[in-house]
Each structure stands twice: as structure tokens, then as C-alpha cells.
Design a protein around this ligand. Structure first.
Ligand code: NDP
Ligand code: RET
Length: 320
């Protein structure tokens, strides 16, 4: 009985502490802020997964800076709702919604085909969309969903847009990875998890793949004035954890310690606009500052091997 009273008293003290210090905890959890005042008038930006979470906040910020923002969303209705809510905040926002399902290479190709007819330039590409810890499902092309959307879909999208980005240089590519890359490894013997599937490990693999892709692309684009950097946005309150009960529970429990989507967007925005990053490429950022990369995320051989495996799966050859 005494023990129970002590436990309840302890919980009350912790809850009281959280309530009292909530503003300070929130301020601390918010992380870095992009302080750049750079304007993007006359610039065109493309953001994947821009209908919610980090992508939507990134779209709002870049629209306020004067950019024409293409919001690439798999659900156009949700995308239009997000665009309308951006226009309610900033009525001059030049935001346009386009359909893009990264789980379907024919959708990616159709999206780019249409885009190339509509825009002459692309100055910033933000590969933001992501899916986390979903049950084992395949994309339209038979790829495991998390590697398929998070890595392969963006790999193909970037391949199809690289000519436009080069013609628009100076241009920037921002790849939204995660600190989850630290616990991932590339399972070359079973890249698509056909032999065995663990939703958490598959997510971590896909986020490591994002990072390796960014570094290898940056290496290949040296001298082209198209830079590529990757980002860990922080732990952010968003829909990302929707597929995992345990993650949803943890996120609710520790909600006070998580960033808002607006705070989570800061590092993507920083990499897209900061003047001091003008020619910086192949780096990883978090909280608007350089961040460390796990040793296996720096392995050039793994990056090249993944590049070749990805190209083969997608049936493409990067000759530019
Ligand atoms: N939240 C966090 O703590 C962290 C997030 N990240 C990364 O940040 C990025 C943004 O995540 P966040 O904003 O938190 O998550 P959300 O779930 O809020 O947003 C993810 C976006 O990706 C879109 N998306 C999912 N599947 C597809 C697809 N097949 N085709 C096109 N778009 C798709 C979603 O569309 P729809 O709404 O239709 O599902 C949504 O717009 C992700 O890459 C994630 O891995 C990294 C570290 C931590
Ligand atoms: C276990 C644990 C936590 C939860 C960590 C989680 C839930 C991480 C999620 C990572 C994600 C979503 C990465 C996306 O790329 C907290 C809250 C830090 C508090 C300390 C203990």
C-alpha cells in the first residue's frame, strides 16, 4: 500500500514538474531556427509530401519568401486543403499542388513529364516525403514500401529532374533523412526485404539509403553548381508514426519533448536558403548546423554499391 502511495506521489511530482516547466521544455526541444532572411522571388521549389507535417511547414516558409512552390502530393485533395491553409496564412502564396505517388514509378514519370512542360526552372528540390514502419506491402513496382518510397521513388524523381536542376543552377537538393540512419544498414543480399521483414529496420535502412544517396549524388555533381545535402529534422510531432502503436504511444507520452512540424522544418529551410551554404555539398545537417554521420553512412563503397543496385532496380542509367 505504502509503495503505491509513493508511486502515485512520484507521478504527481513528475506531472507537476512537466506542467510548470512546459514552456522551457518546449523552447529547449524546438532546436535550431533558420535565421536567414534570404528571399526566393523568381525561384521555383519542389517539395514532396507537402500536404502535412514537415513538408507543409517547409512549403509555407518558402512561399512566404516569394518562391513558386510545387507541392507534390499523392493525395491531391489533401494537397489542395494544405495549399488553401497556406493561402489563409499568406494570401499571396504562389503554391501549386501536383499529383505524385512515390510508390508508383509510372506516377513519378507522369509527374515529371507534366512538370517539364510547365516549368522552365527548378532551383530547389526537397525530397521530404516518407513512410515509417508500415506493415509489409509492396509498391506498384514490387519494391518494399519504405525503401520504395523513401529511397527508390526519390532516386528516380531526382534522376528525371537532374537535367532541369542543372539548367537552373545554382540549384540545391535537400534530402530529408533521419538520425535513424545510425541504426540502419543496407541489406544488399535482401534489399527489398523479400526474405524477412522488420518494419523498424526497413525504415532505418531507407533513411541510411537517403543519406548515402545524398553523399554519392553530391560527389557526382561536383562542379555543376547543384548542391546536395541531407537533413535530420529532429523528433517531430507528425503523422509519420501512424503505422506503429508503440511509436504513437511514445510520441504521445513524450509529446512535450518533440518538435512542432514548424520547428522540424527549420533545417530543411536552412539547407534550401542559407547564403553560407551556397557551395557546400555532401554534408549532413540537424538543428540548422552540421551534424555527425555514422561511419557506415560515410562509406563510399557502400554508397556506390547502393547507387548501382538502385539504378538496376529502376532500370535507369545515370549518364549526366
Ligand atoms: N517526424 C519525425 O520525427 C521525423 C521525420 N523524419 C523524416 O521527415 C520526413 C517528413 O516526415 P513527417 O512530416 O514527420 O511525416 P508525415 O507523415 O507528417 O508526412 C509524410 C509525407 O509523406 C507523404 N507520403 C507518404 N507516402 C507517399 C507516397 N507514396 N508518395 C508521395 N508522398 C508520400 C505523406 O502523404 P500522405 O499525407 O498522403 O500520407 C506526407 O505528405 C520523412 O522523410 C521522415 O522520414 C525524419 C526524422 C524524424
Ligand atoms: C524511447 C525514447 C524516446 C523515443 C524515441 C523515438 C520515439 C524515436 C523516434 C524516432 C523517429 C520517429 C525517427 C524518424 O526518422 C524519447 C521520446 C526520445 C524519450 C527517451 C526514450
Amino acid at each position: 500500500m505504502m509503495e503505491l502511495v509513493l508511486i502515485v506521489a512520484g507521478l504527481v511530482v513528475v506531472a507537476l514538474f512537466m506542467v510548470l516547466f512546459a514552456p522551457h521544455i518546449r523552447k529547449y526541444s524546438a532546436g535550431g531556427t533558420c535565421m536567414s532572411m534570404a528571399r526566393l522571388d523568381g525561384k521555383t521549389v519542389l517539395i514532396t509530401g507537402a500536404n502535412t507535417g514537415i513538408g507543409k511547414e517547409t512549403a509555407l516558409d518558402l512561399a512566404i519568401r516569394g518562391a513558386r512552390v510545387i507541392m507534390a502530393c499523392r493525395d491531391v485533395e489533401k494537397g489542395e486543403e494544405a495549399a488553401a491553409s497556406i493561402r489563409r496564412i499568406y494570401y499571396e502564396a504562389n503554391v501549386e499542388v501536383r499529383e505524385l505517388d512515390l510508390a508508383d514509378t509510372s506516377s513519378i514519370r507522369a509527374f515529371v513529364h507534366r512538370l517539364l512542360r510547365e516549368v522552365n526552372h527548378l532551383h530547389v528540390l526537397i525530397n521530404n516525403a516518407g513512410v515509417m514502419m508500415c506493415p509489409y506491402v509492396k509498391t506498384n513496382d514490387g519494391f518494399e514500401m519504405q525503401l520504395g518510397v523513401n529511397h527508390l521513388g526519390h532516386f528516380l524523381l531526382t534522376y528525371l529532374l537532374i537535367g532541369l536542376l542543372k539548367r537552373s543552377a545554382p540549384a540545391r537538393i535537400v534530402v530529408v533523412s533521419s538520425l535513424a540512419h545510425n541504426v540502419g544498414w543496407i541489406r544488399f543480399h535482401d534489399l527489398l526485404s523479400q526474405g524477412s521483414y522488420n518494419s523498424g529496420l526497413a525504415y532505418c535502412q531507407s533513411k541510411l539509403a537517403n543519406l548515402l544517396f545524398a553523399r554519392e549524388l553530391a560527389r557526382r555533381l561536383k562542379g555543376s553548381s547543384v548542391t546536395v545535402n541531407s537533413v535530420h529534422p529532429g523528433l517531430v510531432r507528425s503523422d509519420l508514426v501512424r503505422h506503429s502503436t508503440i511509436m504513437s504511444l511514445l510520441f504521445s507520452l513524450f509529446s512535450l519533448f518533440l518538435k512542432s512540424p514548424r520547428d522540424g522544418a527549420q533545417t530543411s529551410i536552412y539547407c534550401a536558403v542559407a547564403e553560407e551554404l551556397h557551395s557546400l555539398t555532401g554534408k549532413h545537417f540537424s538543428d540548422c548546423a552540421p551534424a555527425s554521420v555514422a561511419p557506415h553512412g560515410r562509406n563510399e563503397e557502400t554508397a556506390r554499391k547502393l547507387w548501382d543496385a538502385s539504378s538496376e532496380l529502376l532500370g535507369i542509367v545515370w549518364d549526366h
